[in-house]
Design a protein around this ligand. Sequence first.
Ligand code: ADP
Ligand code: MG
Ligand code: ZN
Length: 616
Amino acid sequence: MKKVNLFPLILILIMLLGFSLSRTLFTSLMEEPIDTSRAIELINGGHIKKASLVKDKLTLIDDDGKGYRTIIPMMLQNDFYNDHLKDQVEEKNIVFAPQSSADEGLFSGMLPYLIMGLGFFFILNMLFRQARVQNNNVDDFSKSKAKRFQPSNGKTITFKDVAGLEEEKVELMEIVDFLKSPRKYANIGARIPKGVLLVGPPGTGKTYISRAVAGEAGVPFFSISGSEFLEMFVGVGASRVRDLFKEAKANAPCIIFIDEIDAVGRKRGTGLGGGHDEREQTLNQLLVEMDGFEKNEGIIMMAATNRPDILDDALLRPGRFDRTVHIGLPDVRGREEILEVHAKDKPMGDDVDLNNIARRTPGFSPADLENLLNEAALLSARANRSSINKDMMEEASIKVIAGPEKKSKLITPEEKKLVSFHEAGHAVIGYNLKKTEPVHMITIVPRGAAGGFTYSVPDEERYYHTRSMMIDEMITLLGGRAAEDLMLGDISTGASNDIDRVTKIAHSMVARYGMSKKIGTLNYSDDQSQTFLGNSIGHSKAYSEDILKDIDTEMREIVRYCYDKAIEILKANKDILITLANVLMDKETIYKKEFEAICSGSYNPEDFKDEKLNIY
Ligand code: ADP
Ligand code: MG
Ligand code: ZN
């Protein structure tokens, strides 16, 4: 039997109710209730500009736009209308609108309608949602939520939009070719991979390149996230999987993309509470479906994860995700190309050197780089510029690295002095050591969590660090604390991040890279970078107390040496340190050229007086 849909009826009822409600609510909210004698008083007072009388309701609006409302008692109505009001109106030049309140002003007249409209919108929205839940039950929810990717604004991503990743593209080209002509492969009996697992840290372009494969092959792209399988109702996940494959088969050749596959694909039997839970059912269904379609049916599964170590082995067997493509962070050339791709649709100033930016952003993911360009564009728009210039890129990259500038945070003069000496300490030492990155900018404006910021950028990316580089880095990091100690005779908590980093470096030198004679070339660290790929849970090794003690002693010794070195350098450059700290206190942010002039001893403040280096 067909259900009678009461939905529109209810809606109309609610609309009517809403109208009358909001109307009375509005008028009673805006106008002060008064009694009749006060109304007459007001009119006689000569401050009333407009009046309206609708049935027995009198509304007055005075010079200031303030409204009054009164109900004229039945017995007085005739009198009032015929004598008083009319006379008064004529005498006092009150605009009198007997039947409507339309000339109360366009805005106030329309406000209730606006409120009403908005109200309806929300009610409608809510009702639609409810209706979906009530009428369609679980069945509709179990429909695969896979979004078929329609290229928005007619722009499909293809391989030429994917910068770098040359080897990965070659590897995926085979799949593109298969999707273009599955027949060719079928006829020759070639076995094409069924599934490709993309592995890599967040923001490296796993989703992006999958879409590019679909775009390159010109086939539909069905995308669903692993967590979307597991929503709301028990038993839904498995049927969503079924549905997804049904839809894909009807649209083959195509790509099914499962983002965050680890959400469903975690090793079975490890779920809390154990046993046959919802997730495992979904995973089983996924495996069944993957086995269920023929290898040359024209469907390619792609999936992305950054935790391949926790995936169920069954997923990685032949005939399932039988190919893995690792996507890492881009190197300097990759970064430049990525910047180029995303700079293409933005007006870039002539002074922007993307190569330079690429060299100074090691560790940035493609997503970070895209974000950087976007931030620069936002800053430019805010400054009403028609193109993005170098300064904007500078500010944006600092913003992406360190979080937005905290302009609102007030710092006391003492704090300012402390931070100035702290940062000057880092910078002066950095300048005096060979194996450190050149200082690009120093600021005492708080950014993100940091009180100040010395921004050193590598000239080039490095894959290896030598012992002397690490020592120099530690001396530089300790320079902040050393400067506070030396110049102010007191030390602060501002060095806590520096100390963290020093500790990490010292520890890895001793316990990981075998750079201490006493410990020797053995790795005693719980290798951090291995947690990414290995099964690291519950894997910490136990070492003897003696070894731990030795590591500790060695670390202390290295750090003590570095700290003494820092003090030594600062003592030798005391004048420069003081000049730099003073300039910092004054200008808050200084850039490379000025900094180098100060350090080289040839500083003339006049040279930097009107140089507009501070963008804001
Ligand atoms: P993931 O799925 O690995 O977390 P995404 O695919 O969402 O990362 O990538 C984030 C953004 O980075 C994309 O929207 C895209 O703009 C950009 N991006 C990623 N890889 C590249 C690339 N190779 N070339 C150009 N832009 C890229
Ligand atoms: Mg993604
Ligand atoms: Zn510091």
